[in-house]
Ligand binder design. Structure first.
Ligand SMILES: Nc1nc2c(ncn2[C@@H]2O[C@H](COP(=O)(O)OP(=O)(O)O)[C@@H](O)[C@H]2O)c(=O)[nH]1
Ligand SMILES: Nc1ncnc2c1ncn2[C@@H]1O[C@H](COP(=O)(O)OP(=O)(O)O)[C@@H](O)[C@H]1O
Length: 217
């Protein structure tokens, strides 16, 4: 795989148990920064009301999904809640080469695979926790998109997802949405600043050191 310039192209990964609010935060982040690219995943899950093919997901059948995996077209993929999900690699590579940051909404397995890939230096991973398990259920129910069965399955899997919180760079408790979004923006802005500074920093500090040694103080 090409060695990319790590100054460019942050891969911002959001994970959470279903219903904690990562899609809501992802949508806000995309509205906040129109240079950000959203990694549109492929999934074998059926579209929900209001979900558009190619925008929220690429809705594909299982043979197509497996074909994409076999052709090496997926940066990562996983089986979640009985369906396959995966992030197509092509758009991610294009975005990085373009110097763009990419936003991912993937589960812990996807986050782990991207964090262990050749693109690991680009990763900024953020885990979103719900304020309580009761509130998590309330949000899943109030979203009004899933049947009671599907909600039950997601609640049962919630601890499995939450138990991986520790593997992320940052953790946010999504209590008040505006406050959480502010914290998310702060994290992204700070990481962008850090990475923008990084390349010339060592050289700059060396020059300060030379000046110091020359007795400028
Ligand atoms: N590994 C992986 N997980 C994904 C991908 N796309 C979505 N997911 C995860 O699959 C899970 C279910 O997503 P979805 O069906 O949209 O339900 P929601 O999280 O309740 O909105 C969530 O944890 C997503 O983050 C992907 O491309 N790869
Ligand atoms: N901080 C919050 N407070 C109250 N409701 C929220 C908050 N964040 C998200 N929600 C709501 O909870 C539901 C689930 O959020 P969603 O973003 O779809 O979760 P996820 O993508 O993690 O499954 C949605 O109806 C959303 O509007």
């Amino acid at each position: 795989m090409t060695k990319f310039d790590t100054r460019r192209g942050l891969l911002i990964i959001l994970s959470s148990p279903s219903g904690a609010g990562k899609s809501t935060l992802a949508k806000r982040l995309m509205e906040w920064d129109d240079s950000l690219r959203f990694s549109v995943s492929a999934t074998t899950r059926a579209p929900r009301k209001g979900e558009e093919d190619g925008v929220h997901y690429h809705f594909v059948n299982e043979p197509t999904f497996k074909g994409m995996v076999a052709e090496g077209e997926m940066l990562e993929h996983a089986h979640v809640f009985g369906n396959f999900y995966g992030s197509p690699a092509g758009p991610v590579r294009d975005a990085i080469e373009d110097g763009r940051d990419v936003l991912f909404d993937v589960d812990w397995q996807g986050a782990q695979q991207i964090s262990n890939s050749a693109l690991r230096d680009h990763v900024l991973s953020i885990f979103v926790l719900p304020p309580s398990i009761t509130e998590l259920r309330r949000r899943l129910v109030s979203r009004g998109q899933d049947s009671a069965d599907v909600i039950q399955k997601r609640m049962q899997r919630s601890w499995d997802e939450i138990s991986h919180w520790d593997g992320y760079d940052y953790v946010l408790v999504n209590d008040d949405l505006d406050a959480t979004f502010d914290r998310l923006k702060t994290i992204v802005s700070a990481e962008r600043l850090r990475r923008a500074q990084q390349p010339g920093l060592l050289e700059f500090v060396r020059s300060l050191h030379s000046e110091f040694e020359e007795g400028e103080t």
